[in-house]
Design a protein around this ligand. Structure first.
Ligand code: S3P
Length: 433
C-alpha cells in the first residue's frame, strides 16, 4: 500500500491540463464497441477504471488498440460481442459495472462481473431491479458483486422512475433499452450527468430528452464516430479547491469539461466566494469546454443548495476541504449517496478532518463543517481505498503547517494517474512512499 507524505507549501501556480474525463472515457469504449465501424478516441483517460472497461470489451472479442491517450475501437455492432472466457474484473470501477450490466443483461451469453474490495461492497440492487423488470436474470451476493448475468433473455422496454438521482442507473437502463422491444424511458428525480444521452446521439442513436425524462427505442444501430475526451472536471476540482485555499495561488486549468450537469463544484465554490473565472468557452463533439483561472480566495461557509448535489456528486471530498478552510459553517444535507461511493465519503472525510482538528458533525445524509485552522495531524489519514479522499487531503496541505500523511493512496491511479506529478509541477510537495 502506498502512502502520500505531503509537506506544506503556500504557493501554487501554473497552467495545467488534467487528464480526460472518466465518465466519457468509459462510455467511448462501450458505445464504440457496440457501434458499426471504427471509432477513434483522443484524450482517453489512462486511469485504471477506464482501462478496466477497455480490457473487459477486449475480453468480449472487440479489437481495441491504444497508444497513450489515443484509442481505436473496431466496433462489432450491438450483437457482435463474444462470451468472455473468464469473469470480467472491473477493479474499483462502479461505473464499469453498473453500465456494463445494462449491456450484458441483453447478450445471448452468460457472464460474471467481479471487482476489488471496495466495489464488492457497493450496492448493485439499484441496477438489478430495473433490469429484472425488463426481463434480465442477474444473481448477486445480496445485490453486491460478484454478479452472474444469465444471457439469452428477451428484454422488454420499461418506463422507469429512478428512486435515486443516479446517472449510472439511468445509463444502465438506457443501454439495456437499446436491446429491448419498444420505447424505454427513464425519469430522474434530479438532473444527473447526461454523457450517455449526448454520446448516443453522437453515435447517431436518437435519445429524446424532455425535462428530466429520457427515452429511446430499441432495435436501432450505432454508427462509429470520432470522440475527443475533454479534461475531467472531477480531477480539475482538486486544483480548483487547492488554488482557492492556498495563500498565494494563480492556476489556470485548460480544456475542462463544463457540461452543465457537472459544474456544481464551480457553482458551490463561487457561492463560497471562490475566485474562479471561465474563459475560452467552446464546444467539441457535443461537450462544452472552458479554461478556468482560479486565484487565492477568502472562502465563507454556506448551506449547499440541494439541486447542486448531483451536479457535484464526486467533488464533495474536495469541497469539504474548502469548507474546512472557509470562515463559518458549511452545511450539507440530502447527500446520503456519498455514503455508497468508493468509500463512505461522509464518515471517512469526517475522520480525516478530525485528525486535522477541524470541528464537524456527521449527519445521516450529510455533514456540518466548522471552518478553522488545520492543526498538527493527530495521526495518519486513512483513504479507505478511495482515490478522491487521498487527493482531497493532499491538497489540504496548502493550509497546513505540518506534514500530512495519507495511507492507501494506490487508487489515485484509477482516475488521475499523474496527480502527484501535476500537483508537484504547480508547487506542491507530495512524495509517495
Ligand atoms: C458516474 C455517475 C456518478 C458518479 C460516478 C460516475 C457516471 O455516480 O459518482 O463517479 O459516469 O455515470 P451515480 O450516478 O451513481 O451518482
Amino acid at each position: 500500500m502506498i502512502k502520500f507524505v505531503v509537506q506544506p507549501v503556500k504557493h501554487l501556480s501554473g497552467v495545467l491540463k488534467v487528464p480526460g474525463d472518466k465518465s466519457i472515457s468509459h462510455r467511448s469504449i462501450m458505445l464504440g464497441s457496440l457501434a458499426e465501424g471504427i471509432t477513434e478516441v483522443s484524450g482517453f483517460l489512462q486511469g485504471e477504471d477506464a482501462l478496466a472497461t477497455l480490457e473487459a470489451f477486449q475480453k468480449m472479442g472487440v479489437k481495441i488498440q491504444r497508444n497513450g491517450d489515443r484509442v481505436t475501437i473496431y466496433g462489432v455492432g450491438l450483437h457482435g460481442l463474444k462470451q468472455p472466457n473468464a469473469p470480467l474484473n472491473l477493479g474499483n470501477s462502479g461505473t464499469s459495472m453498473r453500465l456494463m450490466l445494462g449491456i450484458l443483461a441483453a447478450q445471448d451469453f452468460d457472464s460474471e462481473l467481479i471487482g476489488d474490495v471496495s466495489l464488492s461492497k457497493r450496492p448493485m440492487g439499484r441496477v438489478i431491479d430495473p433490469l429484472t423488470k425488463m426481463g434480465a436474470v442477474i444473481e448477486g451476493n445480496n445485490g453486491k458483486p460478484p454478479l452472474k448475468v444469465r444471457g439469452a433473455q428477451l428484454l422488454t422496454a420499461i418506463h422507469y422512475d429512478l428512486p435515486v438521482a443516479s446517472a449510472q442507473v439511468k445509463s444502465c437502463v438506457l443501454l439495456a433499452g437499446l436491446y429491448a422491444k419498444g420505447e424505454t424511458c427513464v425519469n430522474e428525480p434530479k438532473t444527473t450527468r447526461d454523457h450517455t444521452e449526448r454520446m448516443l446521439n453522437g453515435f447517431g442513436y436518437p435519445v429524446n430528452t424532455t425535462n428530466k425524462k429520457m427515452c429511446l427505442t430499441g432495435g436501432g444501430a450505432l454508427t462509429a464516430t470520432k470522440i475527443q475526451v475533454p479534461s475531467d472536471i472531477s480531477s480539475a476540482a482538486f486544483f480548483m479547491v487547492a488554488a482557492c485555499i492556498a495563500p498565494q495561488a494563480d492556476i489556470t486549468l485548460t480544456g475542462v469539461n463544463i457540461n452543465p450537469t457537472r459544474t456544481g463544484v464551480i457553482d458551490i465554490l463561487q457561492l463560497m466566494g471562490g475566485n474562479l473565472v471561465l474563459s475560452n468557452e467552446r464546444e467539441i463533439g457535443g461537450e462544452l469546454l472552458a479554461d478556468i483561472r482560479i486565484q487565492s480566495s477568502g472562502l465563507k461557509g454556506i448551506n449547499i443548495p440541494k439541486h447542486l448535489i448531483p451536479l457535484a456528486i464526486d467533488e464533495f471530498p474536495a469541497i469539504f476541504i474548502a469548507a474546512a478552510c472557509a470562515q463559518g459553517e458549511t452545511i450539507l444535507t440530502g447527500a446520503k449517496e456519498l455514503r455508497v461511493k468508493e468509500s463512505d465519503r461522509i464518515q471517512v472525510m469526517a475522520d480525516g478532518l478530525n485528525i486535522l482538528g477541524i470541528a464537524n458533525e456527521v449527519l445521516e445524509d450529510g455533514i456540518k463543517i466548522q471552518g478553522g485552522t488545520f492543526l498538527k495531524p493527530s495521526g495518519v489519514i486513512e483513504s479507505h481505498h478511495d482515490h478522491r479522499i487521498s487527493m482531497s487531503f493532499a491538497i489540504a496541505s496548502l493550509r497546513c503547517e505540518h506534514t500530512v500523511e495519507i495511507n492507501g493512496v494506490d487508487n489515485v491511479k484509477t482516475s488521475f494517474p499523474n496527480f502527484v506529478e501535476l500537483a508537484n509541477s504547480a508547487g506542491m510537495r507530495i512524495t509517495e512512499v
